[in-house]
Design a protein around this ligand. Structure first.
Ligand SMILES: [Zn+2]
Length: 87
């Protein structure tokens, strides 16, 4: 699989570290409570179809990007810098 880094262009997936669903960008506040933090840290969805995931280009430019891809067809339809992504 190749991922389209907005800075470097198409690169092999092995250059990236997978962080999880892009909702990881919606970090709870420090005083959100243990139930909210437990859900944020441990519970994940496993959707069949289009998803938006957070990846780190650790063997490249070091950018955090949000990749839109389909978990059924494995099609990658785009990527944006995480700082510009809305979750
Ligand atoms: Zn890059």
């Amino acid at each position: 699989m190749r991922l389209p880094c907005p800075i470097c262009g198409d690169r092999d997936r092995r250059e990236f570290y997978y962080q999880g669903h892009a909702t990881m960008l919606n970090r709870p506040s420090a005083d959100a409570g243990t139930a909210t933090w437990d859900d944020y840290l441990h519970n994940r969805e496993n959707p069949a179809g289009e998803t938006r995931d957070l990846w780190h280009h650790e063997a490249g430019c070091g950018a955090w990007i949000v990749v839109t891809r389909n978990t059924v067809t494995h099609e990658v339809s785009g990527a944006v810098l995480a700082e510009k992504a809305k979750t």
